[in-house]
Design a protein around this ligand. Structure first.
Ligand SMILES: [Ca+2]
Length: 195
């Protein structure tokens, strides 16, 4: 398929989640063992401390269940650009964040900080661009957001994986709802059998 025929966005967005804070150090990730990996639909997560286009981290049912401090994520993937031109990228981070595109750092705010916005504008060719984002949460509020503004665009929007994959946040709730429904049906059947 020609690159221009593919939808703009991430063709894959692999999230490797780690149990400790990376302290803004890219060398943290390789020697450490990740807690789990999942495919994310976008990068727009918080623990509820900020308003915006966020979902909760969705750690329920993962090895980071109950964790809200001292974790890190390394997202890797491929960013598909359908139209050549000037793209603006914007992150909101709390805490450290480093973004690579085409194997170069395009945003770096690696310190422990309250939510901060960083922006960069780049000229990009149409096609596939290697992407990596390092992020970590030390304590308190956690926010990780990546948005882009396409050539000629007037506002930022969250970059989605194409095809769109389910958001991780609601899944555990859907699972609980299904489990609850099942247990209710089982109880009903038991009651009808006993009664
Ligand atoms: Ca924090």
């Amino acid at each position: 398929m020609a690159p221009s025929a593919m939808a703009a966005g991430f063709t894959a967005l692999n999230g490797d989640y780690y149990n400790d804070y990376f302290y803004g150090n890219p060398s943290f990730f390789t020697p450490h063992t990740k807690a789990f990996t999942r495919q994310d639909a976008f990068i727009a997560f918080t623990d509820g401390g900020s308003s915006g286009p966020y979902v909760n981290w969705g750690f329920t049912g993962t090895p980071l269940n109950g964790k809200s401090d001292d974790f890190s994520v390394r997202w890797t993937g491929s960013l598909q650009v359908d139209t050549a031109g000037t793209y603006s990228f914007q992150t909101v981070s709390d805490d450290g964040i480093i973004v690579y595109l085409d194997n170069s750092v395009i945003i770096s705010n690696p310190t422990v900080h309250a939510p901060q916005t960083d922006e960069v504008s780049l000229s990009l060719s149409a096609g596939s661009h290697p992407f990596e984002l390092l992020y970590g949460e030390r304590g308190g509020v956690s926010v990780a957001l990546l948005q882009w503004k396409k050539p000629g665009g007037s506002s930022f929007s969250t970059i989605l994986s194409q095809p769109v994959v389910p958001t991780p946040g609601p899944l555990p709730l859907l699972g609980l709802a299904a489990a609850f429904k099942t247990s209710r049906n089982v109880r009903r059947r038991l009651r009808s059998r006993l009664g």
